[in-house]
Design a binder for this molecule. Structure first.
Ligand code: COA
Ligand code: MG
Length: 289
């Protein structure tokens, strides 16, 4: 998934717009964009939306962001939406593998009640958006076969730290949030999961989004959260490997295949060893090559 577009569950016409945005996934939000008084209506709207969209053939993946385990609202969220067969839930303020195991169990019970195959609803963990979450980011390996990725968020983190800002005057993340971003990358790599870059809040600044997203891809993120339909094309393009990159990856794979047992090969006067091969294979797998 390259682009994952948030839309508030009570967003009315925004829901259809999100579906038509070109995003690889639409995340119907029950958490931060919904006030506590509106949660019940939002849950009902999310279910109605899922029921009308989930059976369609050509569609983005449908995700629902539920409320976190410490809110007391998780059960009501799941009770409301599982029957709509979302592809996955987005799990905010995850605090390590044990919290995913907890959510996994809640999903298993509701899948049984709804007659869905066990494990069919996946989990995308917002793993680094609290201080405790940051310290638990290395504990996600093999905890649940539902886990499809890890992401992070500076907004809740900066609220928790009591910080004045999380980006400097040039729009770059300040040190504490750079650290959180990087820990998300390492945590995801340690768990062998895709790392999904957080939102870019300045949604009119597509130039800034492009730069920031190019850096995310350079560093190993494979997709990004979006909050506005205008961001989707920029994100999709940034995470779509160019024909040159695909050709280069095929060349690396072919060079190793031609020399079985070789630990390193030379291509055009440059050394390529195992890490290069793994990177090339990952890129080809991601693009269906
Ligand atoms: N999904 C679908 N459609 C969206 C959208 C979204 N996330 N954000 C904006 N749109 C639609 C608007 O409804 C508007 O439609 P219209 O032309 O028919 O009126 C159009 O795109 C242009 O929107 P624009 O005027 O530029 O923005 P806005 O002021 O209406 O909305 C936000 C700004 C931030 C409120 C809106 O982008 C939004 O709701 N984003 C998601 C918020 C969210 O889910 N947050 C939680 C995760 S961090
Ligand atoms: Mg949040």
């Amino acid at each position: 998934m390259r682009s994952l577009l948030f839309v508030p569950a009570d967003g009315g016409s925004k829901l259809a717009k999100a579906m038509a945005s070109g995003a690889d996934a639409v995340i119907v939000d029950l958490e931060d964009s919904i006030t506590p008084e509106r949660k019940p209506q939002a849950r009902a709207a999310a279910l109605e939306f899922l029921k009308s969209e989930s059976a369609k053939a050509q569609r983005p993946r449908l995700l629902v962001r539920i409320n976190g385990l410490d809110t007391g609202m998780t059960d009501a969220d799941l009770d409301a939406i599982v029957a709509g067969k979302p592809d996955a839930v987005v799990f905010p303020k995850a605090e390590g593998g044990s919290t995913v195991v907890h959510l996994d169990a809640k999903l298993t019970a509701r899948e049984a009640i709804a007659g869905l195959p066990e494990g069919s609803i996946k989990i995308l963990a917002q793993a680094v958006e609290s201080a405790a979450g940051l310290f638990a980011a290395g504990t996600y390996r093999d905890v649940s076969r539902r886990l499809i990725g890890m992401t992070w968020g500076p907004e809740d983190l900066s609220a928790e730290l009591g910080a004045e800002a999380n980006r400097d005057e040039h729009g770059n993340l300040t040190e504490p949030y750079r650290l959180a971003r990087n820990i998300c990358l390492y945590g995801a790599a340690a768990a062998k999961l895709p790392a999904i870059e957080t939102i870019y809040a300045d949604f009119r600044n597509l130039e800034g989004l492009r730069r920031d997203t190019d850096e995310a891809r350079r560093d190993g993120f494979t997709g990004r959260l979006a909050i506005h339909p205008a961001q989707v094309a920029v994100i999709n393009e940034a995470f779509t490997p160019s024909p040159e990159q695909i050709a280069k990856a095929k060349m690396v794979v072919a060079a190793f295949a031609a020399k079985p047992g070789a630990g390193a090969v030379g291509i055009d006067g440059k050394m390529f060893d195992r890490p290069h091969l793994v990177r090339a294979q990952n890129l080809l797998a991601r693009t269906g090559n």
